[in-house]
Design a protein around this ligand. Structure first.
Ligand code: NAP
Ligand code: MG
Length: 464
């Protein structure tokens, strides 16, 4: 596996100031596949200085030229898609077909969308006797997780660059190799030195130093609600902008008129994708009492098809594997009924968890409230639509969700009642231009499309 024992700062690969390293492990077999530098506060400082020095030039670069660089970056991602997929499979464990389609494919779509938006967005508008200028926020500090390791990087870097911001990225320690590959793509795309900088390292060290740095104007974080809360507090104290994409516990609401087999099949696939490590996963399935038993049977049968090591990969590391198995034990202890899977590891080697379905889950149970981040589905029963809405809205989260009904208008009417940032109607497909982000404790701000671009802009009004 290709690796750099250096960090991409100010347009070149530089060794870390401290000597620490991080081992990158393949969770499918436990083998160490690479080591990367563990950046320190001094490395973060060097990267932030480079980004600040590059800011005036990049902010003044015409949007059409920024668009051309983003198009070149997209072309790099296309040219290296197989390498990207293989890298994500090695460091995250995702099956190769999924890595190709999603881990390599989604960043290409998102990067392409910002190449287009940079060239067409109205960075100036007239409002009465004013001209409003939409100017870059400044230097961005981006902290990303491991679950969609390149998508989450591109969902921050592409809009930041489109807006005219410069950026320092601290990727997750579990998945730094695809971030290094991305830095090579940025370099090959002719993006000027200092505009994008990469510091690999540990969250509480490099991540914290980045969030605290007074040379950063906006911190954009994706990850756990626990860390997001800390980063929000730091940003608040420093009066700097912050964007948070946090956890979820999304509801898949199947109304009585829905095509039950389709709704359950798509719902189980949604939870099992990426081994359940998806913040927007529909981890609670809500089914009317009259169709509940049938739905549970269908869900158990669908989950059984996800054979560990074949159709479903391992979790990212042994810590996550232990955490998810702990949640399955907790579900059993609280009285939920296991209908597929269970806490035992399915394979002797690798961080695998059995695809698990719980029936008879009640809304106050831990497995109905907390983000598990593994292949675990909770099936809950509701009495009527009011009850379904109450249960669906009854968590601290509000990131995504789904509604299924025989008639689209009926599904839309129910979707309007949901306190959540996205709802897929009767299996509607992912839209890389639609705003993505959370209500309630799922976050602050939106990513993707023009709403995501606006996060990296601030306004100045000129009156005439
Ligand atoms: P995490 O700790 O929130 O990691 C996200 C990013 O924040 C990583 O780059 C991490 O670095 C960094 N970080 C950690 N502590 C930090 C700090 N004090 N200051 C600044 N940055 C810091 O998430 P995790 O531990 O990897 O996963 C734990 C749980 O979070 C999961 O089980 C899941 O429930 C949730 N999660 C949610 C999402 C999502 O997309 N919403 C993504 C991942 C995880 P390191 O990589 O070095 O830790
Ligand atoms: Mg962590």
């Amino acid at each position: 596996m290709k690796q750099h024992d250096a960090m991409y700062i100010d347009g070149s690969w530089r060794p870390a100031e401290g000597g620490g390293t991080i081992e990158v492990v393949n969770p499918a077999d436990g083998q160490v596949i690479a080591t990367v530098p563990a950046g320190s506060a001094a490395d973060v400082d060097a990267a932030v200085r480079a980004a600040r020095a590059a800011l005036p030039g990049w902010a003044a670069t015409p949007p059409q030229e920024r668009a051309a660089r983003l198009a070149a970056l997209r072309d790099q991602l296309v040219a290296r898609a197989d390498e990207i997929a293989a890298t994500v499979t090695a460091e995250l464990g995702a099956p190769l077909a999924f890595s190709k389609a999603v881990h390599a494919g989604a960043p290409i779509a998102v990067c392409g969308s910002y190449a287009e938006l940079a060239g067409t967005y109205a960075f100036e508008e007239k409002i009465g006797n004013s001209t409003v200028l939409h100017e870059p926020v400044g230097v961005v500090g981006a902290i990303t997780p491991w679950n969609y390791p390149l998508h989450q990087v591109v969902a921050k870097v592409a809009p930041a660059l489109a807006a005219g911001c410069t950026i320092v990225l601290k990727p997750a320690e579990d998945t730094p190799l695809v971030a290094q590959l991305f830095a090579e793509c940025v370099d090959a795309a002719g993006i000027p030195a200092g505009v994008f900088n990469l510091v690999t390292g540990l969250g509480p060290v490099a991540g914290q130093a980045l969030a605290e740095h007074d040379g950063i104007d906006l911190v954009s974080f994706t990850g756990s609600t626990a860390v997001g809360r800390k980063i929000g507090a730091l940003a608040g104290a420093a009066v700097k902008r912050v964007a948070l994409e946090l956890g979820g516990k999304s509801a898949n609401v199947i109304l009585p008129s829905a095509d039950l087999a389709k709704a359950v099949g798509v719902g189980v696939a949604n939870v099992m994708a990426n081994s359940g490590q998806t913040c927007s996963a529909w981890t609670r399935m809500l089914v009317h009492r009259d169709r509940y038993d049938e739905a549970v049977e269908l869900a158990a049968a669908a989950a059984a098809e996800y054979v560990p090591g074949e159709k479903i990969g391992p979790l990212v590391n042994a810590g996550q594997q232990a955490r998810v198995r702990g949640y399955i034990e907790r579900g059993v202890a609280e009285g939920a009924r296991l209908v597929a899977g269970g806490p035992e590891a399915p394979l002797e080697v690798g961080c695998y968890v059995r695809p698990t379905v719980f029936a008879d889950v009640t809304p106050e149970m831990t497995i109905a409230q907390e983000e598990i981040f593994g292949p675990v589905l909770s099936v809950l029963c509701y009495e009527d639509e009011d009850d379904a809405a109450r249960i669906a809205n009854g968590t601290v989260y509000g990131l995504a969700g789904a509604v299924w009904a025989g008639d689209e208008a009926e599904a839309v009417a129910f979707a309007r009642r949901l306190e959540t940032g996205q709802v897929d109607i009767n299996g509607g497909r992912f839209n890389p231009l639609a705003p993505f982000g959370g209500y309630k404790q799922s976050g602050v701000g939106r990513e993707l499309g023009r709403h995501g671009l606006a996060e990296y802009l601030q306004t100045k009004s000129l009156q005439f």
